[in-house]
Unconditional design. Structure first.
Length: 31
């Protein structure tokens, strides 16, 4: 189980970064 989580951590971080970047883009576009 821990091996599966470790394999998925980079993917989760990538998705979190995408969400954060999308939020920043929307925020910058709004201003």
């Amino acid at each position: 189980l821990t091996h599966l989580v470790n394999c998925n951590l980079p993917l989760m971080n990538y998705l979190l970064n995408l969400k954060r970047n999308a939020h920043n883009v929307l925020y910058l576009r709004k201003t």
